[in-house]
Design a protein around this ligand. Structure first.
Ligand SMILES: Cc1cc2nc3c(=O)[nH]c(=O)nc-3n(C[C@H](O)[C@H](O)[C@H](O)COP(=O)(O)OP(=O)(O)OC[C@H]3O[C@@H](n4cnc5c(N)ncnc54)[C@H](O)[C@@H]3O)c2cc1C
Ligand code: FES
Length: 243
């Protein structure tokens, strides 16, 4: 879905940031739905979404010309992809939106990245599997690209590169496997976390995630937990805990 949002675009700082979209004005539906920014072109923003429940169904019913109530841009951005590393971009499920945004940004800056996108089945993919161009699609059911999760493809791509840096967004089990792999192999990585969000402004505490390696004496709630909407959604792989 693409919409004009010049005010939001004027504050946009890069891939990783997201929006909080209000999908109905009813009191029974006050929780905004978070959606990553998949592309920004002049005054226009693109989001890519999958219909899960009531909110995304309402979003899919919006017609051209209607006005959406959107808060944003929210959150931090992927960083370090312009450094001396080869960016390996990994998106799983709806986590592909910020990753495609980063992929386009790399292309704009003529940075040769590798892209790995995972889905349950081939029907969910809308790109081509092009290993010779560094684009690898995976499917859990083996109907398109490499069979299995993104992990075997990631391991292979990383093994073939001297200085990889991983940037990933996807469901928690994927981020957990990725975190284990990059920490074990000392590969720098940034993970964008999709936690359950309410306000998107630091008030409701609904998006809290545990920090890793908290000192024994850390008594403060804020030392133990991070708010994804305020401190994230992008974290260094060694910063947060997915257990
Ligand atoms: C930072 C961030 C970026 C996201 N980017 C995208 C994106 O680009 N494209 C996309 O399709 N989805 C994205 N999501 C997930 C998306 O927000 C949920 O799929 C959506 O809110 C589901 O709403 P629903 O009413 O249709 O489903 P519901 O029936 O309400 O819920 C279905 C499932 O969606 C998840 N969910 C519901 N409400 C929220 C919420 N407020 N916050 C987080 N998860 C929720 C829960 O896991 C729930 O089980 C993102 C989530 C976060 C936190
Ligand atoms: S979503 Fe409410 S504090 Fe983060």
């Amino acid at each position: 879905m693409e919409f004009s949002a010049p005010g939001i675009v004027s504050y946009y700082t890069g891939p990783g940031q997201f929006l909080e979209i209000l999908l109905d004005n009813k009191w029974s539906f006050t929780v905004r739905r978070p959606m990553s920014i998949a592309n920004v072109e002049e005054k226009h923003i693109t989001i890519i979404y999958k219909i899960f429940g009531q909110g995304t169904t309402l979003l899919a019913e919006r017609k051209i010309g209607e006005i959406l109530d959107i808060l944003g841009p929210i959150g931090n951005v992927f960083s370090g992809w312009q450094g001396n590393f080869v960016p390996i971009l990994v998106g799983g499920g709806v986590g592909l939106a910020p990753i495609l945004n980063l992929f386009k940004e790399c292309q704009k800056h003529q940075i040769h990245s590798k892209l790995i996108i995972g889905a349950k089945t081939g029907r969910e993919h809308f790109m081509d599997h092009e290993p010779s161009n560094g684009i690898f699609l995976t499917t859990d059911d083996g109907t398109l690209g490499n069979s299995g999760t993104v992990m075997p493809s990631l391991k292979k791509v990383c093994a073939d590169i001297d200085n990889p840096m991983v940037f990933a967004c996807g469901p928690l089990p994927m981020l957990k496997s990725m975190q284990d792999f990059v920490i074990q192999n000392k590969i720098p990585a940034q993970l964008s976390v999709e936690s359950y969000m309410g306000c998107g402004t630091g008030l409701c505490q609904g998006c809290a995630i545990k920090r890793r390696n908290v000192k024994e004496m850390a008594h403060s709630y804020h030392e133990r937990y991070s708010l994804v909407c305020m401190d994230g959604p992008v974290y260094s792989a060694s910063e947060v805990c997915f257990d």
